[in-house]
Design a protein around this ligand. Structure first.
Ligand code: PLP
Length: 465
């Protein structure tokens, strides 16, 4: 297929091409664990071939797809590899892949209720069930986002709006002093970009010290808020991270909520990774206090393991995003403003991403997801314990199955180990900085990782030491 026919093939051709694609993907998938976990640089030959593709001549679609898949098969860190113990990027659930195919076939535009009532109802249902499971009060809501950064960004805007209703029309100038935002120095630092785009500036973000265990110090948080009030600033937002990116630590949720309440601030919990613990009856107590949040970020594309590009913003105050994101546009169809995502979130045109979690949750149930998160914690603990027996030091104590380890030779040796593992290629782990010092970081993100993979990695690390 090439030319215009390749864009809109007839039904029979489409089915044949789709089957051929599925067969090719099957071959790629069968090789999951035999390929390297680490990325290879694209070859110079491949790059110059890419450079020559100026789209003046139409090519056949099928060989073009082969060419792309060959490159992707090696040219990227492989999240689907069971040896990838990496940065919160999952091997996707099969149900979420099915959802992507279904959503693509229908290609519904779900920004407006009246255009896609079934899809909007499904997506909203997932959000409501997530909010319920997180313990938010009845009447809570929210929306899907492209990821955690978009959800956190909604929290900044909502905090400013809740503090000063005129903010949406007048901007930051209406505040009596500099609006300030409090996050721990171990938080995901996209908060700085969000402060910039919300118009309060990066210097409005207070990076609160941690307590030596990777968790926000409540004393330092309170002192910072008090100092800012004294200086005439307007504290608007306290963010507690539930599952820090480096070490999977949970900031003190109830004390942070207490301070937010005392000073009339919005309380947000960034549980982009760790939020999946709500699925586990045994482990969810690590999130105690999350139910007091005005808003919560949970990424479906992290521990809930959907395909990429699916986060969630949950809120006990759906009236606030409705103020932040309101707009009137005569070309939009008649609909129901309270259920129109374009009036309650950043995005306008919107893909039906919630289907990924609907199908996966439906097929696994909360119990299945509970098993999934508990299994990844157990496997990470297995790695930690094997290394401890070999003289390594366990630096963090995470409820989320993120292991930060220090080799027997000390922090300075971390990079040597990471380089050796990447060179070997069967596993992917990273270096992180925990409480100011380098550590080797491992986190089970792939539901196909098993004891053999963990033991193989442990053996390799112990052989290297
Ligand atoms: C704690 C935390 N918050 C937010 C984010 C940003 O999420 P996303 O990459 O989905 O935008 C991350 C990413 O790793 C994270 O670890």
């Amino acid at each position: 297929m090439r030319g215009r026919d390749a864009l809109f093939p007839g039904f029979d051709e489409l089915v044949a091409a789709e089957n051929a694609l599925t067969a090719k993907l099957d071959i790629v998938r069968r090789n999951f664990s035999s390929r390297k976990a680490n990325a290879e640089e694209p070859s110079t030959e491949w790059l110059s071939e890419l450079g020559r593709k100026r789209f003046d001549e139409a090519e056949d679609l099928e060989p073009l797809m082969d060419w792309v898949m060959d490159a992707l098969d090696t040219g990227g860190v492989q999240m689907t590899h069971p040896g990838y113990l990496g940065l919160f990027n999952p091997a996707p659930t099969f149900a979420s892949e099915c959802a992507d195919r279904i959503a693509s076939a229908f290609n519904h535009q779900i920004c407006v209720y009246s255009h896609a009532p079934a899809a909007v109802e499904i997506e909203q249902h997932v959000i409501n069930e997530m909010a319920r499971r997180a313990g938010l009060p009845a009447g809570s809501g929210g929306h899907f986002t492209s990821g955690g950064a978009e959800a956190n960004s909604a929290a900044v805007l909502c905090a400013l709006q809740a503090k000063c209703p005129e903010y949406s029309d007048e901007g930051v100038g209406v505040f009596n002093g500099q609006p300030t935002v409090y996050v721990s120095k171990e938080s995901h630092l996209a908060w700085l970009k969000m402060a910039h785009s919300a118009g309060i500036g990066r210097s409005a973000v207070r990076l609160i010290a941690t307590d030596g265990k990777g968790q926000m110090s409540v004393a330092a948080l309170e002192a910072s808020i008090a100092a800012d009030l004294e200086a005439g600033c307007v504290p608007v937002l306290v963010v507690a991270t539930a599952g820090t990116t480096n070490a999977g630590m949970v900031d003190p949720l109830n004390p942070s909520a207490d301070l937010a309440e005392r000073y009339g601030m919005w309380f947000h919990v960034d549980a982009a990774w760790g939020g999946a613990l709500i699925a586990s009856n045994d482990r969810r107590s690590a999130l105690e206090g999350i139910e007091r949040a005005h808003s919560i970020t949970i990424d479906a594309h992290k521990w809930f393991a959907t395909t990429m590009g699916a986060g969630m913003f949950l809120t006990s105050r759906p009236d606030i995003p409705a103020q932040v994101f309101r707009v009137t546009a005569s070309y939009m169809p008649e609909s129901d403003a309270s259920r129109d995502f374009y009036l309650n979130s950043t995005q306008w045109s919107r893909r039906f991403v919630g289907l990924r979690l609907f199908l996966a949750l439906g097929a696994a149930g909360w119990g299945g997801y509970g098993d999934h998160v508990e299994r990844s914690i157990d496997l990470t603990d297995r790695l930690t314990n094997r290394l401890k027996e070999g003289g390594w030091i366990h630096a963090n104590s995470s409820a989320m199955g993120v292991s930060c380890m220090v080799p027997p030779e000390g922090h300075d040796a971390v990079q040597r180990y990471v380089d050796a593992i990447h060179e070997d290629g069967r596993y992917w782990i990273s270096k992180a900085v925990y409480e100011g010092k380098p550590v080797l970081r491992a986190c089970v993100t792939n539901g196909r990782t098993d004891e053999n993979v963990i033991d193989g990695l442990a053996d390799l690390l112990l052989d290297l030491s």
